[in-house]
Design a protein around this ligand. Structure first.
Ligand code: NDP
Ligand code: OXD
Length: 314
């Protein structure tokens, strides 16, 4: 079996070594320009068109991340580059759900416990009581109730927040998270929320979803936590909403242009926290183990999970 690994920076050695430990019988190579040789499996992140050329024996393409917009494009424009009939498989959790729950919980608790206000007071050497928020006044809406969104929503619930979540199709569980779906459920999910968390995949339906229209549906002085993709957010709308006070603060981990350009207004916007796409890192050991397990299952003729529905875009 031949496995071909592609990374835009050409650094594939650690994945080659890791996969070889799980699949000692496989021939594993890193992609070099001009490599059009057969491969049974492709493992990649943000591929160029050349690596996606139809390849003899190709059985599956594994994306080194949960989001596949790096393959399909922001509006699905890259889907035609995929070799016909070859499944695209995304990462499922692989250690990212816990990281995401930690990051979002930290940001939400910081807003709920008014730590930003106390930081501002400390800068003035002020010892001053601030009225605490009440959990019941702090509903959190989570957009996306998939692998990561559901884990995050349930983690937020453990602190006592009223948590709502939104998905495309109807979901049911006994977590206590109030579940909404589809266009009809959107307003009920986000209406009056004090914190909005975005964990949607980037698809033609979800691009620009974080916009002025949505901000106006939230509580006055709501907070935004965007940990999905930069192209979900209409950046100019957020700057206006911060200026007006409709949005009181934003924690942003993802951006339309990454790295965030040095002259971008988010760097210095008051009450905007910028992190460099680290809310949930791709953990190499967990990732390699998951992909190797799926390759072994496919080789045995078994079905696997995590296959992207190209029509839905995620
Ligand atoms: P999943 O596919 O498991 O979940 C996606 C969720 O979004 C599902 O609940 C799905 O609904 C819902 N959804 C999709 N489209 C729509 C729509 N049009 N309307 C309403 N709901 C919709 O993805 P993951 O949870 O694994 O990952 C989510 C995203 O997180 C990734 O696509 C990626 O962009 C981002 N991410 C960011 C990272 C970071 O470090 N910042 C790290 C990892 C991921 P349904 O349940 O009906 O299918
Ligand atoms: C992912 C990411 O989608 O790292 O996995 O952003």
């Amino acid at each position: 079996m031949d496995i071909l690994i592609y990374s835009p920076d050409g650094k594939t050695a650690a994945y080659e070594t890791g996969l070889a430990e799980h699949l000692p019988q496989a021939n594993i190579r890193g992609w070099q320009p001009g490599d059009t040789a057969p491969a049974d499996y492709l493992v990649l992140w943000k591929p160029n068109a050349e690596v996606l050329q139809p390849r003899e024996r190709l059985k599956a393409i594994f994306n080194l991340g949960a989001g596949v917009d790096g393959v399909l494009g922001t509006r699905g424009e890259g889907a035609h580059r995929l070799p016909a009939g070859v499944p695209l498989v995304r990462l499922e959790d692989a250690g990212m759900a816990d990281q995401m729950a930690q990051y979002v919980s930290a940001a939400a608790l910081r807003y709920f416990r008014r730590l930003d206000d106390f930081d501002a007071q400390q800068a003035q050497a002020q010892w001053k009581f601030q009225k605490p928020n009440r959990l019941s006044d702090f509903p959190i809406a989570v957009l996306g109730y998939g692998t990561l969104g559901a884990h995050v929503a349930k983690a937020l619930k453990t602190f006592g927040f009223p948590v709502r979540a939104w998905s495309r199709s109807e979901r049911q569980d006994d977590s206590g998270v109030a579940l909404y779906h589809g266009d009809a459920g959107f307003d009920a999910c986000v209406g009056g929320a004090r914190i909005l968390v975005n964990l949607l995949p980037l698809t033609p339906q979800t691009v620009d979803v974080l916009n002025a229209n949505l901000f106006a549906k939230l509580a006055q002085g709501a907070f935004l936590i965007n940990v999905a993709r930069g192209a979900h957010l209409v950046e100019a709308d957020l700057l206006v909403a911060l200026e007006s006070g409709q949005i009181a603060g934003a924690t942003l981990d993802v951006f339309r242009t990454e790295p965030l350009p040095a002259d971008h207004p988010f760097w210095h916007a008051p009450r905007v926290t910028v992190t460099p796409h680290i809310s949930a890192l791709t953990l190499r050991d967990e990732t390699v183990a998951q992909i190797a397990g799926k390759i072994a299952a496919l080789a045995r003729g078994e079905a696997i999970t995590g296959i992207v529905d190209l029509a839905r875009g995620y």
